[in-house]
Write a protein that binds this ligand. Structure first.
Ligand code: LLP
Length: 443
């Protein structure tokens, strides 16, 4: 997180609290979120997009993508920063509502929402439901009609641009499950407009995640604008939502473009495309998740064993920690890169190639694939893994019956639990085959 530093004793300080005091108080593994940093990132992104939008004569709504990490506290932080909340399931919707998010500023996503989820969204008065398929037009229209409401909706379009880190490749037919094809956007937009219970806000696309420059967004916006303009010639289309996906630094090799520059690049591309199509610049919307909460989080672990293993040309030290792929699945799932540091002390020992691994029963249980840490790392050291605020807690699981760790927020040196950790009893209590578990309780 911004402002993380070492104290005089060489201990890592996050949000004003030492990593060692947090580890002692709450145990490890532990997710730590720097509250001030998360709030500041939310505010900075909102300002960046507002300025960019204003420079092309329009306005913008920024939604926090809750899939990155959603809890009551986070909902409050992003709401106080003036952001809406983007949810992708009934469960995320429930947290956003219970956390006090303004329903009118909730966007409800999902490529296969159940009828019950759609009905909950409509009943809650969410500001938009993002229609992801042809079939969903009727489903949302019916739910809204039954509830006696007019539901604002967006249509998610597959722009054919798929952007990933450091590159983007454009293909005519993107082979993925989300959205409707660009070729059908106009036809389906017209179909949406034919329903009295639906209010068509505009098109939506999301081209990927962990993207480092604005070119992919610009390309995608240009493609969408052709369909947008065709619809806008029939009746005004107030908005264009370009999703999230802004990249963050996981290691020193990552150099994301400042969000201000990205925002400007996108706004200019939209404005230029609108000019060439002769339509007014619509209101804009974005849905960043990772770039708000990712860098604000660190995970603390305690080292259990260190094993030097010979590899070609030297050694690799396997540092086993007390968590692993149950609290951070990203390395196993995506080959993600992370940075690790000893948090409990500084060391003058020369750095050596380390692989931070977990306690799970498979060799792919890697937290940090490769980083250089002091050679004298030893059992008992507290290790911090940076930039774990996004898609770590939200992808956490109970593999090997390991309880999920708590999440602690720190601010001005004061720590508080924002998500309680699981206990072994939590896990046993759900096992209906155990005598200790209540029978037929819950679903
Ligand atoms: N909007 C939509 C429609 C999305 O599908 C996503 C992410 C976002 C916004 C937010 O994207 P962000 O700004 O956080 O990049 N589990 C993967 C990332 C999956 C992203 C899914 N959709 C990971 O850990 O890298």
């Amino acid at each position: 997180p911004a402002g993380a530093h070492r104290d005089a004793a060489g201990r890592l300080v996050v949000g004003g609290a030492t990593a060692t005091s947090l580890a002692e108080r709450y145990g490890t593994p532990l997710y730590v979120v720097d509250e001030a940093d998360a709030r500041a990132r939310a505010a900075r992104i909102r300002t960046a997009f507002e300025r960019a939008a204003a420079s092309v004569g329009t306005t913008v709504t920024v939604y926090y993508a809750g899939k990155a990490f959603l809890s009551g506290a986070i909902v409050r932080w992003v709401s106080e920063a003036g952001l809406g909340v983007d949810v992708a399931t009934g469960g995320e919707l429930a947290v956003a509502l219970a956390g006090g998010a303004d329903p009118a500023r909730i966007g409800f996503h999902g490529n296969n929402k159940s009828i019950a989820e759609i009905e909950r969204g409509v009943a809650a008065g969410v500001g938009s439901i993002i229609i992801d398929s042809e079939a969903e037009i009727e489903r949302v229209a019916d739910a809204a009609a039954c509830a006696g409401r007019i539901q604002p909706v967006r249509l998610r379009v597959n722009s054919g641009v798929h952007a990933s880190t450091h590159e983007f490749l454009a293909t005519a037919h993107e082979d993925q499950k989300f959205g409707v094809s660009l070729e059908r956007a106009v036809e389906l937009g017209i179909r949406i407009r034919a329903h009295a219970s639906l209010d068509f806000l505009g098109l939506h696309c999301h081209i990927g995640s962990q993207i480092f420059d604005s070119a992919g967004f610009a390309e995608s916006a240009e493609r969408l604008l052709a369909a947008h303009a065709e619809l806008a010639r029939l009746a005004p289309v107030p908005e264009l939502n370009l999703g999230g996906g802004f990249g963050i630094a996981y290691t020193s090799a990552d150099e994301p473009t400042p969000i201000e520059e990205i925002a400007r690049g996108i706004a200019e591309a939209v404005a230029a495309a609108c000019r060439s199509h002769g339509v007014p610049v619509p209101r804009l919307a974005f849905e960043p998740g990772r770039s708000i909460i990712g860098p604000a989080g660190v995970t603390l672990y305690t080292v259990g064993t260190v094993k030097p293993v010979p590899i070609e040309g030297g050694w690799r030290h396997y540092v086993s920690v007390d968590g692993g792929m149950s609290d951070n699945l990203r390395t196993a799932l995506y080959g993600a890169d992370y940075t690790a540091r000893i948090a409990s002390r500084v060391s003058d020992a020369p750095p050596a190639l380390m692989r931070i691994v977990g306690k799970h029963c498979e060799s792919g249980d890697i937290v940090v694939d490769a980083d250089y840490l002091p050679h004298d790392i030893e059992p008992g050291d507290v290790v911090a893994v940076a930039a774990t605020g996004a898609y770590c807690w939200s992808l956490a699981n109970n593999y090997n019956h390991v309880p999920r760790p708590p999440v602690v927020a720190v601010r001005d040196g004061v720590a508080r639990v924002i998500v309680r950790g699981e206990t072994e009893s939590d896990l046993l209590a759900r096992d209906a085959g155990l005598d200790a578990a209540p029978r037929d309780a819950g679903g």
